[in-house]
Design a protein around this ligand. Structure first.
Ligand SMILES: Cc1ncc(COP(=O)(O)O)c(C=O)c1O
Length: 427
């Protein structure tokens, strides 16, 4: 049993045991088919209803159904009135569009390192990153754990900064009992394949501020001021994109929204069970839910303690070997990010709108990105591996137990790993 599957042993998890996401019921089929057979296939009544129902579920006054979380983030930048040359603080570890949404409107991202423990932007490092040009913070709730929104809002108030919450991964996550997306000026949610609320692709922009909502709406639909439900004058009053969702996707999203609370309850139970089963596993750093926070367990992200593992070489190489060994056991794990954001070429080469813009525009102050300045993000990126579906419905506690067994088998037998052979490029 203890011979690792990567070395020819028997895998712990049988193929087909882990079910895929999201669970589809008659409700999804009925709602999507009704949309398909209706006369609306682009923006339609399901989009408007989805926005109303999501706003109600999350506790926001206003919502706009967008075609991605990235679109909703860009709407946040514009909704907050930011413009060319404004500096916007973003975490050094996240999805690329947490930072590139800032570039979309000619603003300049300024990175802040993360706190290794929470994986979120380190609130103790925010003030040191503020410049005279800083106008906003993108507060990303990574992997479903809310940022310390008490600290974020205190700093924002002190320095007169706007706050755009990147809640793309954090549906239902809470800070002190309050849902994310209700703290800042506005927030963005994503509904892509892996998200806790999946509508195929899609996003939602939410806010409690009517002025922010109106500005975001204009960007969302060609710079127009009238929504598709109103009598449009087809006049671009400002620069706009086409960020509208479509009716079928929204119908799917509405059906999934009715099940979201049940999904989140299961994820919470499964993550707690997994943590209980894995506590004390050598060299495994488990994710945690600090007191006062409610995790949504979008991604069960673990790290490897290299010192405890006895590895002194490149941490990412060892992590890749461990991950391959886990995958050979049938565990559904993967690396979420191979690069910290400031190391990505778009920032290193300052390669956005051409001619060095927006960094080189006359309204901007030059900003350089030194990847070495973000040790927390780098350590996390090199040592993490994540997992989504196994702790979600329709998977049961049996899958959680089998996953724990696979983790334990690998971590208790790290000495069996031939790291060089496992990670050597295939010929
Ligand atoms: C933290 C974060 N921000 C933004 C996004 C962008 O969302 P979307 O893929 O819907 O554009 C994602 C999802 O991929 C994400 O995980």
């Amino acid at each position: 049993m203890s011979k690792l599957a990567i070395n020819g042993g028997t895998p712990v998890i049988k193929p087909g045991m882990i079910k895929s996401w999201p669970p589809i019921s008659d409700k999804d089929r009925k709602m999507v088919m009704a949309s398909l057979e209706s006369e609306y296939h682009s923006h339609g009544p399901n989009c408007t209803a989805f926005a109303t129902e999501f706003a109600e579920w999350n506790g926001n006054k206003f919502a706009i159904n967008a075609n991605s979380g990235t679109a909703a983030l860009h709407m946040g930048i514009v909704g907050c009135g930011l413009g060319t040359g404004d500096h916007v603080l973003v975490p050094a570890y996240s999805w690329s569009s947490t930072a590139t949404c800032v570039l979309h409107h000619n603003c300049i991202p300024v990175f802040v390192d993360i706190d290794f423990k929470t994986m979120n932007m380190d609130v103790k490092k925010i003030e040191a990153a503020i410049t005279p040009k800083t106008k906003a913070i993108v507060a990303a709730h990574m992997h479903g754990l809310a940022m310390d929104m008490g600290a974020v809002m205190r700093i924002a108030k002190k320095h007169k900064l706007r706050v755009i919450e990147d809640a793309c991964q954090a549906h239902g996550a809470m800070y002190k009992g309050q849902k994310v997306g209700t703290f800042g000026d506005c927030a963005a949610f994503s509904f892509n394949q892996n998200k806790c609320l999946c509508s195929g692709e899609g996003g939602m922009f939410v806010t409690n501020n009517e002025e922010v909502w109106n500005k975001a709406k204009q960007l969302w639909s060609f710079g127009e001021t009238r929504t598709p439900e109103e009598s449009r004058d087809y006049h671009a009053y400002a620069l706009g994109w086409m960020y509208r969702g479509n009716d079928m996707s929204a119908a799917f999203g509405r059906a999934q929204l009715t099940k979201l609370d049940g999904y989140l309850k299961t994820q919470h139970e499964h993550a707690s069970l997994l943590i209980d089963l894995l506590k004390g596993t050598p060299a495994l750093i488990l994710p945690n839910e600090p007191k006062g926070y409610t995790h949504n367990w979008y991604n069960f992200t673990s790290r490897i303690d290299m010192k405890a593992a006895g590895w002194t070489g490149n941490p990412a190489v060892f992590r890749n070997a461990v991950m391959k060994a886990l995958q050979a056991e049938g565990a559904q794990v993967g690396v979420w990010q191979n690069f910290i954001l400031p190391a990505m070429t778009v920032f290193q080469a300052q390669n956005a709108y051409g001619y060095g813009c927006p960094w080189g525009c006359p309204h901007t102050e030059p900003v350089k990105y030194d990847p070495e300045a973000f040790p927390g993000a780098q350590k996390h990126t090199d040592t993490h591996f994540g997992m989504t579906y196994p702790i979600r419905q329709p998977n049961t506690k049996a899958v959680v137990r089998a996953t724990a067994k696979a983790f334990k088998k690998v971590f208790e037998n790290l000495d069996q790993l031939d790291v060089e052979a496992i990670t050597a490029p295939k010929k």
